[in-house]
Write a protein that binds this ligand. Structure first.
Ligand code: NAD
Length: 495
């Protein structure tokens, strides 16, 4: 999308209907769920919830489309061509951007420059795998031929969170569709609409109706029914670690099916005494814990800093965050976004209050911005005098809250950085390459960034956590391969 970023009228956004199944808006009603805009707290729409029967109807449609449309049997380059057309539509659909921003935490400026192009690019990236990963010929005796054939699962069930609705959706449907699967996706009930628009664009681009379906509803009803469904061959989930554990149990109880789990994090930013560029480190730390209001799985919310640098670094962080002014997501000027809703805001407030009561010092923040437009905007918050046993250090806050811990020597720093339960990502800042490598090896995390913090546009780099942060990868070749199953074939013949 190359348009200049501009404000939009939140009341003029035309929302799509709730469920999108078989290429049409479908009524699979169970009950209705109201949807609220985080920027001003107003209800702006509602979605019908699919119950067990509704999910069953959607999956049946996907099974039928997978069988009758020939999507999996199409020449892989043809699948790729259609998917590239889909990516082009995503890139240029102004309505999609507005639907994404109106009810989420994503400011239009950031969505237009980051989320939308990133979503489109993820679709293109996976489309390119369609005809480049077909299977493998194996070494066998001279009188037999052995090979491994890659096949789609059939129908993949995907469940996504609210924090980056379209990007998260593209990381699921990109590899699934490129590999020849059909899909039933359940977006978060807090941000249900943009995924439907994305699915409408898929059909407009030429992806057969019924290959990409969207059902709406709560996790406990719709999500759980999707995970349990016997015709869902694989489950791909992004969300909290608590839900991930439930999904794994549900999938196991329903039979045996693979699950990819992209879960929560409590990622450290480990700053050693000698860094290449002090100002760069301060900027990384601030971006790392305030981007999307701290509502990012990879948020770098634990600053582990050498005692010599701690004071100047905290001072600079406080200066930088004091410049962040909140605004509604539909304003082009907004750089600092709201908290998604009251439940999340309560969780942040409770954890900070508990930290205070346990002896933490609030260096800055620790409260909501006053006089906002009705949404809840939480001030970037820095807490010192914290310890590992405090809930604010142990648990994912999912808000703009940074805890600061200091260390004296390398081993102590690495030990503090390595969280006992989470292992999604880590940042390491040092001038010393050997020290960077020792830290990289010592921290059990699925991603380690050295002298930077955050993902790049390099979609070939997979993302996914260790320990309580998940199983499997999104993005990269690994995500495409995980959307296929592998059949071993051995044929004897007269040599
Ligand atoms: P969540 O776990 O509450 O919900 C995620 C999705 O799961 C929603 O669609 C929800 O309706 C559904 N769900 C809830 N209970 C379910 C159940 N029992 N069965 C099936 N589905 C169920 O998470 P959230 O609040 O939407 O998102 C924030 C979380 O997601 C954070 O923990 C964040 O770290 C994580 N996240 C991880 C990544 C990653 O790549 N690792 C990316 C983004 C977000």
């Amino acid at each position: 999308m190359t348009d200049t970023v501009r404000d939009f009228d939140p009341d003029a956004v035309v929302l799509p209907a709730g469920h999108y199944v078989g290429g049409v808006a479908r009524c699979l009603d169970h009950r209705s769920i109201e949807v609220t805009r985080p920027s001003d707290g107003r209800t702006y729409g509602a979605v019908p919830e699919a119950g067990e029967a509704g999910v069953d109807a959607a999956v049946a449609d996907a099974v039928r489309a997978a069988r009758e449309s020939g999507w999996a049997r199409r020449a892989p380059r043809e699948r790729a061509r259609v998917m590239r057309r889909w990516a082009d539509l995503i890139d240029t659909d102004r309505r999609l951007t507005e639907i994404e921003c109106v009810g989420s935490t994503r400011p239009v400026g950031q969505a237009q420059v980051q989320d939308i192009p990133f979503t489109a690019e993820a679709i293109r990236f996976f489309a390119e795998y369609a005809d480049k990963a077909g299977g493998e010929l194996m070494a066998t005796r001279a009188d037999s031929l052995g090979f491994v054939a890659a096949e789609p699962f059939g129908v993949i069930g995907a469940i996504t969170p609210w924090n980056f609705p379209l990007s998260m959706a593209s990381w699921k449907c990109g590899p699934a569709l490129a590999a020849g699967n059909a899909m039933v996706m359940k977006p978060s009930e807090l941000t249900p609409f943009s995924t439907v628009r994305m699915a409408e664009l898929a059909v407009e681009a030429g992806i057969p109706a019924g290959i990409f379906n969207v059902v709406q509803g709560s996790g406990a009803t719709t999500g759980a029914a999707l995970v349990r469904h016997p015709d869902i061959g694989k489950v791909s989930f992004t969300g909290s670690s608590a839900t991930g554990r439930r999904i794994m149990a549900e999938a196991g109880a329903a039979g045996v099916k693979p699950v990819t789990l992209e879960l929560g994090g409590k990622s450290p930013q480990l700053v050693f005494a000698e860094v290449p560029d002090f100002e760069h480190v301060a900027q990384c730390v601030v971006r790392g814990f305030t981007a999307n209001g701290g509502q990012a799985c990879i948020s770098g919310t634990r600053l582990i800093v050498h005692e010599h640098l701690a004071q100047p670094l905290v001072e600079r962080i406080v200066e930088l965050v004091s410049a962040l002014e909140p605004g509604p997501t539909w304003s082009a000027a907004t750089r600092y976004c709201p908290i998604i809703g009251a439940t999340q805001a309560d969780k942040i407030e409770t954890l900070v209050a508990q930290a205070r009561a346990d002896g933490a010092e609030v260096v800055t923040g620790g409260e909501f911005f006053a006089g906002g437009p009705g949404g809840c905007f939480y001030r970037p918050t820095v807490l010192t005098r914290v310890s590992d046993d405090m809930a604010v250090v142990e648990q994912e806050v999912f808000g703009p809250v940074l805890t600061v811990q200091t260390f004296r020597d390398e081993a102590e720093g690495i030990a503090l950085a390595d969280h006992p339960h989470y292992g999604l990502a880590a940042g390491v800042h040092t001038r010393d390459v050997g020290q960077a490598m020792r830290a990289m090896r010592g921290i059990q995390a699925g991603t380690v960034w050295i002298n930077r913090y955050g993902r790049s546009r390099d979609l070939a780099i997979p993302t996914g956590g260790f320990k309580g942060s998940g199983i499997g990868k999104d993005l990269g070749r690994q995500a495409f391969e995980a959307c296929q199953r592998y059949k071993s074939v051995l044929m004897d013949f007269e040599a």
